[in-house]
Design a protein around this ligand. Structure first.
Ligand code: NAD
Length: 477
């Protein structure tokens, strides 16, 4: 087992006082408590924000772009040296299959590389203002940013927020979810070992209600960058409104997967199960509503179910495992409530629906048919391994049904007709869309949602813009 970080990471070191309240961590694959991690309290928010403000004013804000680039590349290198350790920690705390956990640790390092390189390519403009003279814009850092992240992709999402915020010259207080503090703490430790000055990145595990609220309402926090549920996002927006804090919100989803009869539908059917069941369905981009053109609906379902049955569910430590357990007993109970609802409402279970193993919070990937479009399973984000498939007849009705959702995060369109692909891609109300693919996340491209899936963007240069204020300076001739 790797060494477990169990203390808050404050001002460049672990705060190892033992008097603090601690949260037990449970391995979702075994249901065994394997460690306890210190839980931050509102007073720690004050300590962290003061240290961050000091670090920003006394150096980080004014560090040369070249030096900041060098430090962030060093952080990326350090993360790459520790990929196995980061992957093991992620697997232990949330049951993520080890192969996925390694990929995601590598993704985190890549995010740091991208933003290290972006620092010297990101700036303002000169503008030909009508009164003459000289006018230019500056992209300025904000100060202290709070990054609040969920438990489903704890390490990469922390990197999506921390790396561009630091690259833009801010200091960050990072709050991981209570279920997944380990890789966030390790990020703080490794970043400082790579040369990040004390106070520039601090990590406060703790409950959302206590630490999250204290961070969001702290007057020195200039921006809150949040990924999590739509419900908590709404609360953060309300709290942030009091002093008009900048916010970005990456929230829930109920994404469509649209398959036209002219597509390479066999490839779509083979690949679609993992577009919803990856991470055991605990994925904001999960394509959980599958729309298939009626003429191919039956063979598509047959092939989709076959591919689902072939998925390897089990011990996340095994290289070949594709689906680990759900993150907690509560998460599985919540998914099972949806399945009970589906049974009561007369949906058909093409496969799945049961617990495959006696120990651990596992659940079979479940394929539902005949789900009424008013039912909870069709409308709500289940956040577990459950998908519903439905046939469609024409493009206009399809688009109406696809967009009849409060969410708009991601989606896929499968067709070989280029005009149709572009027409549908434009019409689907979502921030991210893939054609003949299920790939949603590219470090270089903006990621985020329409409607109640959020506002603002992670990744790409859009994220860096979001961590700056735009100033205009006019110089008279
Ligand atoms: P959550 O909203 O319960 O928690 C997210 C984070 O917010 C955690 O760190 C939590 O401790 C904190 N938090 C809770 N209450 C808070 C409060 N009052 N003030 C401030 N912070 C608070 O979400 P979760 O269960 O960890 O993650 C699952 C959700 O995240 C799903 O809805 C999923 O769709 C969403 N998600 C979205 C994206 C995206 O990019 N759009 C990515 C991953 C997950």
């Amino acid at each position: 087992m790797p060494t477990l970080p169990t203390h808050l990471f404050l001002n460049g070191r672990y705060a190892d006082d033992l008097a603090r309240r601690r949260t037990p961590l449970i391995n979702p694959a075994t249901e065994a408590v394997f460690t306890e991690v210190a839980a931050a309290e509102p007073a720690d928010v004050e300590t962290a924000v003061s240290a961050a403000q000091k670090a920003w004013e006394s150096g980080w804000r004014d560090l040369s772009p070249g030096k900041r680039t060098e430090i962030l590349f060093n952080v990326a290198r350090k993360l790459r040296e520790h990929i196995e350790e980061l992957a093991q920690l992620e697997m232990l705390q949330i049951g993520k299959p080890i192969a996925d956990a390694r990929d995601e640790a590598g993704l985190g390092a890549r995010v740091f590389e991208f933003y290290a390189g972006a620092i010297t390519k990101f700036g303002g403009q000169t503008l030909p203002v009508s009164r003459g003279g000289f006018d230019f814009t500056l992209r300025q850092s904000m100060g202290v940013v709070a990054a609040i992240v969920p438990w489903n992709f704890p390490f990469p999402i922390a990197c999506w927020k921390v790396a561009p915020a630091l690259a833009a010259g801010n200091c960050v207080v990072l709050k991981p979810a209570s279920l997944s503090p380990l890789t966030a703490l390790k990020l703080g430790e490794l970043a400082h070992a790579a040369g990040l000055p004390p106070g520039v990145l601090q990590v406060l595990p703790g409950s959302g209600a206590a630490v999250g609220d204290a961070l969001v309402t702290h007057p020195r926090i200039r921006k809150v960058s949040f990924t999590g549920s739509t419900e908590v996002g709404r609360r953060i927006m309300e709290l942030a409104a009091r002093d008009l804090k900048r916010i970005s919100l990456e929230l829930g989803g109920k994404s469509p997967n649209i398959v036209f009869a002219d597509a390479d539908w066999q490839r779509a059917a083979d690949s679609s199960p993992m577009s919803v069941f990856a991470n055991t369905g605990q994925d904001c981009c999960a394509r959980s509503r599958v729309f298939v053109e009626r003429s191919i609906f039956e063979p598509f379902v047959e092939r989709f179910v076959q591919a689902t049955r072939a998925l390897k569910v089990g011990d996340p430590a095994q290289e070949e495992t594709q689906l680990g357990p759900l993150v907690s007993a509560g998460q599985r109970a919540s998914v099972e409530e949806y399945l009970t609802d589906a049974r009561q409402r007369g949906s058909r279970f093409a496969c799945g629906g049961s617990r495959p193993l006696p120990k651990g919070w596992f659940l079979e990937p479940t394929v539902l048919l005949d789900v009424d479009k008013k039912d909870r399973c069709w409308r709500e984000e289940i956040f577990g391994p459950v998908v519903a498939l439905t046939p469609f007849d024409d493009e206009a009705t399809l688009l109406q049904e696809v967009n009849d959702s409060p969410y708009g995060l991601s989606g896929s369109v499968w067709t070989q007709n280029l005009s149709r692909a572009l027409r549908v891609a434009r019409a689907v109300e979502s921030g991210v869309l893939s054609i003949n693919s299920h790939s949603s996340v590219h470090v270089e491209a903006p990621f985020g949602g329409f409607k109640q899936s959020g506002l603002g963007r992670d990744l790409g240069m859009a994220a860096m813009e979001g961590y700056t204020e735009l100033k205009n300076v006019y110089v008279a001739e």
